[in-house]
Design a protein around this ligand. Structure first.
Ligand SMILES: Nc1ncnc2c1ncn2[C@@H]1O[C@H](COP(=O)(O)OP(=O)(O)OP(=O)(O)O)[C@@H](O)[C@H]1O
Ligand SMILES: [Mg+2]
Length: 292
């Protein structure tokens, strides 16, 4: 996969459907794939949740290290880790711009193109907030895979992201949605949103998130979605670790959520290379995939 930039945009204009959680899960998981080189996680949301997440992850790691040391009756020997990259260097995830809400469609496109060509210098946002002063901190990155976490509102930013992925040879749109009746209609209409943009024709996959397999309505809605759209065979279950904070568990490859996102990542790669197939027995798959 080297020398080619694959672009995955995680998007739905609806809020709280798991875009950031999915972007981070995909980014970390792709970073562990031997077939994949450098992964760049792009925070294209003025809320800067993905940017904040790397600080949150580092804090969480520090807390766990301190607790382990306390339980062992010794002072913490672990160095204090302050950024996502310190904690998960293997994932090769880097944050690029926390997008500025005032950026226009063309600016977003230009910044993303700079990233692909290795001309973009990521900034270090140590406080986890948006870093807008453009202080160059890291050396340029030439990524093999770019995962773009998008914003729930700001259609101009989304427009720039969609223009950009339409300009790439290898691109995929991941559309997370919960099974809530507030979110499903947005996911169902998403392809017509794409149809109005230059991104029409880019493959996409709907990802069912926060699914409770004990709820009949969740299962029925999922089956209905599968009849209308390409839907990932892997389903992200509703889970307490996420509700407590998305960074508790899923970043670890052997944790239940680490495994779920590993499976989502494997499917995303198949989609990118045009080999993805929907599972035949979708109902059975659902039960297995959600049984974590
Ligand atoms: N599978 C899950 N089960 C339970 N809670 C989840 C799950 N996935 C995400 N969450 C929680 O739902 C909330 C929204 O998730 P997330 O921030 O990933 O969504 P988003 O689509 O990026 O939101 P926004 O539109 O604000 O950017 C977070 O509190 C997150 O911890
Ligand atoms: Mg988000």
């Amino acid at each position: 996969m080297r020398n080619v930039t694959f672009v995955i945009a995680v998007t739905l204009l609806k809020g709280g459907v798991g875009k950031t959680t999915t972007s981070i899960g995909l980014g970390l998981s792709l970073g562990r794939e031997p077939r994949v080189g450098q992964v760049l996680l792009v925070d294209a949301d003025p809320q800067a949740s993905a940017t904040a997440s790397r600080v949150a992850l580092a804090r969480r790691e520090n807390q766990l290290a301190a607790r382990r040391a306390e339980a062992g009756g010794r002072a913490s020997a672990e160095p204090n880790r302050t950024t996502f990259d310190d904690v998960y260097p293997f994932a090769q995830c880097q944050l690029a711009f926390p997008a500025d809400g005032d950026l226009d469609r063309g600016d977003v496109f230009t910044q993303l193109a700079e990233i692909t060509e290795g001309r973009y210098r990521p900034t270090q946002a140590d406080d986890g907030g948006p870093s807008r002063d453009g202080q160059a901190a890291n050396s340029p990155v030439v990524p093999n895979v770019i995962v773009i976490d998008t914003s729930p509102a700001y259609p101009r930013i989304l427009g720039g992201v969609l223009d950009f992925i339409a300009s790439q040879q290898t691109a995929l749109i991941v559309v997370p949605t919960t099974m809530s009746d507030l979110d499903i209609p947005q996911a169902r209409q998403f392809p017509s949103v794409l149809g109005r943009s230059t991104a029409s024709g880019v493959p996409y996959g709907v990802l069912a998130t926060k699914v409770d397999r004990r709820r009949r309505t969740d299962l029925e809605r999922l089956q209905a979605l599968r009849r209308e759209h390409p839907v990932f065979n892997t389903v992200v279950p509703y889970g307490l670790p996420f509700a407590r904070g998305p960074f508790d568990d899923y970043a670890r490859p052997k944790s239940p959520y680490g495994r779920v996102y590993k499976s989502v990542t494997a499917e995303a790669i198949e989609m990118l290379v045009g080999k993805w197939q929907p599972a035949e027995a979708a109902g059975d798959e659902l039960v297995q995939a959600t049984h974590v």
